[in-house]
Design a protein around this ligand. Structure first.
Ligand SMILES: Nc1ncnc2c1ncn2[C@@H]1O[C@H](COP(=O)(O)OP(=O)(O)OP(=O)(O)O)[C@@H](O)[C@H]1O
Ligand SMILES: [Mg+2]
Length: 559
C-alpha cells in the first residue's frame, strides 16, 4: 500500500533523514488458520473492521500508519512529525488497540466460534526516514535495525499483549506497569534484546520527569514562589485570585506549583487542591481537561472504573449539596460518560443544547459549597494542549474568582496559537491588576551549577564535565537532568566512593535521546523555510554571524 505524505519534500531514491523513531507492529494472531475456516467475505469484513479499530487507536495518538500488510500494521511515532513523548504515545496506542480488538473478538467469537487476538511489538531507535518511489507510487518509509527489532518484538509477544524493548521502556518506566520478559535472542542480532511486557498505564502516573533516586531541592525561583504564596494569603483571607505560570518546556512550571502545593498544605490543611492536566495528544479529545479537573475534585484517577467513578460522584455531590445533589450528579455523570440509572438519565432531557452550561453550573455548585469549608486552589496544567471545549468551559469557571476564596492557576508554554491561550488573554481582560503573570526564565549560571552539584551531590565533579552539562543545558532544569541522566547511563561519569569521575566515554556524548524528541517536535512544527534555515544553521555551528547563514540560504543566483 502507498501513502501520500503531505509534509515530506520531493521524493528521493532512499530515505535520507536520520531521526529517532518509535516503531509499532501489530498483527492478528493465527490469521491463516482462522481464515481457512471461514467464508472469505466474512473474513474480509472482520479484517477490515479490525484494521479500522487499530488505525483509530494509532491516529488517536497522532501516529502514522506506514503500511498495511495482509493482517498486520506498521506504524511510526516520531515521523514525519515528532512529538516529545512518542514512545509513550506508541504504548498507549498499543494498549488501546488491543482493548478495541477484545470487544470485536467477543462478537467474532459469538458469530464465528473463534476469538480474534492481536499482539503488538514496539521498539525505539535511530532510523533513516523519507519518501521513496516515483510520481506514480510513493511510500514514506523508515529503514534501520530499529524497524526489524520492532517486528521481532511483535512475533515474540504473547497474544493480547504489548511487548517493548528496553530502549522503549527506558522512556516510559515511571508511568507504566510492566514485567521483565527476559533477554530475547533475536535472529540476526549478536546481543540478546531485553524485553518488557506492558500491563497498563500506572494509575495516577502522569509525568516521566525527574531522575530516579536523584533529587535536588528547588533551586532559585524564590521570587516567583513568594508571589504565588502571597496570592494564597489573599485567598485565605477570603478573596479570589487568578495567575498563570508561563515558560519553555522543562523550565520548571510544574515544579514551582509542586513546591507551592507543599507550602500551602502545610499552611492550611483545609485547603482543597484540585489539579487537572492537559494531554499532549488531547487537542482532539473534547473536555479532557475539564474531565481531569472533575476527577481530581472527586478524588479519583483517570484509570477509575465506571463503578468507582459513580460511587465517588455520588459521595461528593451528596456531601457538598445534600438534598439537591441529583442534577449535578446527572450532568457530571454524563460528562464523565458514566452509565446512569434511568431516573438520573431522565434529568438529561434537552442537555445537548446546553451541555457546557450545565456542566459548568454543576462545577460552580460544588466549588461554591466546598469554599465554605476552606480555601480552594484550582490548577490547570499544560494549557497549551487544552482542547477547545475545555478552554471554553474553564473560561466559564474564571468568574468564580470574583466570588469565592479561590486561587486559579494555569501553566502554559508560550503557544499563542493554541486554544488554551485564549484563557490567558481572557483572564488578563477580566481581572486586570488582580491577574498575576509569572514568566520563568532559564536558571542563571550560578543556579545551574548549584543544581548540578545537588543532583550529583559532590564537589568533585571534573570541571570539564560540569561545563559540558551547563553548556548543553542552557539553564533549563529538565535539560540539566537529562544530560546528567545520559552521562550516567552511558558510563561517561562513574561514581567511585564519594567521588564522580569522568571516563573516556565523556567525549562521545551528544544530545540525550529524551531531548531529541522534544527538540524535533518543535522543529517539525516550524514552517518549511524556517526548518530549512535551522538545518543549514546546525551544520555551520553553534554561533556564527547571521550574514553567513543568509548567504547560504540565498538562491544560488544571488550568491
Ligand atoms: N528550580 C528548580 N530546581 C531544581 N529542579 C528543578 C527546578 N525546576 C525544575 N526542576 C526539575 O526539572 C524537571 C523539569 O521541570 P518541570 O517538569 O517543572 O518543567 P515544566 O516547565 O513543567 O515543563 P513542561 O512544559 O514540559 O511541563 C523536573 O524534574 C523538575 O523537578
Ligand atoms: Mg509541566
Amino acid at each position: 500500500m502507498t501513502i501520500r505524505n503531505e509534509t515530506a519534500a520531493t521524493p528521493t531514491a532512499a530515505p535520507n533523514e536520520r531521526r529517532p523513531l518509535t516503531v509499532l507492529f501489530s498483527d492478528i494472531v493465527d490469521s491463516t488458520a482462522i481464515a481457512e475456516r471461514m467464508d472469505p467475505e466474512d473474513w474480509t469484513a472482520i479484517v477490515n473492521e479490525a484494521f479500522d479499530r487499530m488505525s483509530r487507536a494509532i491516529r488517536r495518538y497522532d501516529g502514522t500508519i506506514a503500511r498495511l500488510m495482509g493482517d498486520a500494521i506498521l506504524a511510526f511515532f516520531g515521523a514525519p512529525v515528532a512529538h516529545e513523548d512518542d514512545p509513550e504515545r506508541a504504548i498507549r496506542a498499543g494498549l488501546d488497540l488491543i482493548a478495541s480488538i477484545e470487544t470485536l473478538s467477543a462478537r467474532v467469537q459469538r458469530e464465528q466460534g473463534v476469538p480474534l487476538r492481536v499482539r503488538v511489538g514496539i521498539n525505539t531507535g535511530p532510523v533513516l526516514v523519507g519518501t521513496v518511489g516515483t510520481a506514480m507510487a510513493r511510500e514514506y518509509t523508515a529503514m534501520g535495525d530499529a524497524v526489524n527489532v520492532a517486528a521481532r518484538m511483535q512475533s515474540a509477544a504473547r497474544p493480547g499483549t504489548v511487548l517493548v524493548t528496553a530502549a522503549t521502556y527506558a522512556f516510559v518506566a515511571p508511568i507504566v506497569d510492566a514485567s521483565d520478559a527476559g533477554a530475547l535472542e533475536l535472529k540476526g542480532k549478536s546481543e540478546p534484546v531485553r524485553a518488557y511486557e506492558i500491563a497498563g498505564i500506572r494509575a495516577g502516573g502522569t509525568s516521566s520527569r525527574g531522575l530516579a533516586g536523584i533529587q535536588s531541592p528547588m533551586v532559585g525561583r524564590d521570587e516567583q514562589l513568594a508571589r504565588l504564596r502571597s496570592l494564597f494569603t489573599i485567598v485565605r483571607a477570603g478573596r479570589g485570585r487568578v495567575a498563570c505560570v508561563l515558560g519553555e518546556p522543562g523550565i520548571g512550571k510544574s515544579r514551582l506549583l509542586a513546591e507551592l502545593r507543599a507550602d500551602v498544605m502545610r499552611d492550611d490543611a483545609r485547603t482543597l487542591w484540585i489539579q487537572g492536566h492537559c494531554l499532549s495528544y488531547g487537542q482532539g479529545m473534547p473536555y479532557h481537561l475539564v474531565l481531569d479537573v472533575v476527577r481530581s475534585l472527586l478524588g479519583v484517577t483517570a484509570s477509575a472504573s465506571d463503578a468507582e467513578l459513580r460511587a465517588a460522584l455520588e459521595r461528593t455531590t451528596k456531601d457538598a449539596l445534600g438534598e439537591g445533589w441529583a442534577d449535578a450528579y446527572a450532568y457530571l455523570g454524563h460528562l464523565l460518560s458514566i452509565t446512569l440509572e434511568p431516573e438520573m438519565a431522565a434529568r438529561l432531557a434537552g442537555l445537548e443544547m446546553e451541555a457546557v452550561k450545565r456542566y459548568v453550573a454543576s462545577i460552580h455548585q460544588l466549588l461554591r459549597a466546598f469554599s465554605l469549608r476552606g480555601p480552594i486552589v484550582l490548577v490547570c496544567e499544560d494549557l497549551h494542549w487544552a482542547d477547545p471545549s475545555s478552554a471554553d468551559a474553564i473560561g466559564q469557571l474564571l468568574p468564580l474568582a470574583n466570588e469565592l476564596p479561590m486561587l486559579i492557576i494555569a501553566t502554559s508554554r508560550l503557544d499563542r496559537g493554541a486554544p488554551g491561550w485564549h484563557l490567558v488573554v481572557q483572564a488578563r481582560d477580566m481581572f486586570g491588576d488582580a491577574f498575576t503573570e509569572l514568566s520563568l526564565s532559564p536558571l542563571s549560571g550560578e543556579e545551574s551549577r548549584e543544581l548540578v552539584a545537588n543532583l550529583l551531590a559532590i564537589e568533585s565533579l571534573p570541571a570539564a564535565v560540569r561545563d559540558f552539562i551547563l553548556d548543553k543545558a542552557e539553564g533549563n532544569p529538565f535539560f540539566v537532568e537529562e544530560v546528567v541522566r545520559m552521562l550516567i547511563s552511558r558510563g561517561a561519569i562513574e561514581r567511585q566512593g564519594e567521588r564522580w569521575v569522568a571516563t573516556a566515554k565523556v567525549d562521545e556524548v551528544e544530545i540525550p535521546d529524551t531531548l531529541q524528541g522534544l527538540l524535533l517536535a518543535r522543529i517539525d512544527r516550524l514552517p518549511d523555510d524556517a526548518r530549512r534555515a535551522l538545518r543549514v544553521a546546525s551544520v555551520i555551528g553553534r554561533q556564527f554571524p547571521v550574514s553567513v547563514l543568509a548567504q547560504l540560504l540565498a538562491p544560488a543566483a544571488e550568491r
